[in-house]
Design a protein. Sequence first.
Length: 90
Amino acid sequence: MGMAGVQFKIMPESAETNLDEIVKSATSKIEELGGKVSSSEEVPIAFGLKSITLTLAYPEEKEVDNVGNALNEIENVSSAEMIDYRRALG
């Protein structure tokens, strides 16, 4: 099987939340599940609040829902949702 390109949007609990710590924890959890984070981007929402968009490569044969569940368990994360899933050719 191949790899899929997946994006998750992570919302922190507040504007004061340390986004770098969330990215570090998310990267660790994703690697434990067999994925690899290729990029992270902070996206302004409103009133100083920013979301994180994580782009990762994840094996197609594995359940991507496991990643969402793991991201939602991170401290100071309000929500995490998959926003894109694409098969990677190669």
